[in-house]
Write a new protein. Sequence first.
Length: 310
Amino acid sequence: MEYTILGRTGLKVSVMGIGAGGPSRVGQRYGRTEAESVTIIREALDAGVNFIDTAEGYGTEGILGQAIKGFDRSHLVVSTKKSVRAGTTAQDVVQSLEASLGRLGTNHVDIYHLHGILPEQYEGLATEIIPALQSLRDQGKVRYLGITEQFNGDPQHAMLCRALQDDVWDVMMVGFNLLNQSARDRVFPQAQEQDIGTLIMFAVRLALSRPERLIEVVRELVRNGQVDGEDVDEANPLGFLIHEDGAVSVPDAAYRFCRDEPGTHVILSGTGNADHLRANLASFARPPLPRQDVQRVQHIFRRVDSISGQ
């Protein structure tokens, strides 16, 4: 497993992180038992993954709590999140964190995020919610503060562009993938300048895991003018990535593309299946994609900022 330093946090983190949300929620959405989900997480930890991400809204904090029992807590980086809605108070944040700590079976979380914040919500955080997070950090219950965007509703990163104006956030969760690379220009340069850690979500979602969905998405991008039709084979848009010296599959290419993008730290991978987990681990162990393949992907999708890859 490859490791890196998560920006100004100084935390040593695996470049592959386990995400306990997404479509699978460690298999819980597909009928896995809690014991089966715990086994999957522990296999990832045994393979060297030390970054695990969840949220109060995912319903998987308790599963992660079971999975990390017996592991050296000082070697794990645990990330969870608080959803914020109209009327959320500082006391709500404090109570939510205490409940999360109980489910996780730990006395602190390494990164505590505000979860899925939309652009119109951001300004309302400053008066009460951000000071509450800072107080929790001062108490040692939270080590670093994070914020995550709602990529489906904000594929142009408007909220994160606003959040970057404040010297508050140690970590940001960013939507970035082969299809929507707009964070390269809009988020990563400023995050690097401020030494903010980045967690990448949506590296692989429906369009990069289901061929029929990919075809549908690319055809729509061609119709709306964000992709030039002459640049892409609409019947097999990313087939050129799969060859002897390249990727073994589109998801393999997608993970490696994100991993090697300057400005990214942890690439989140969600799974509820042991074979899928092992395939993802194998992707992160492979070398960079051929430069000509990367350049071609960058060229094809250079104007895309309207989709999340879902």
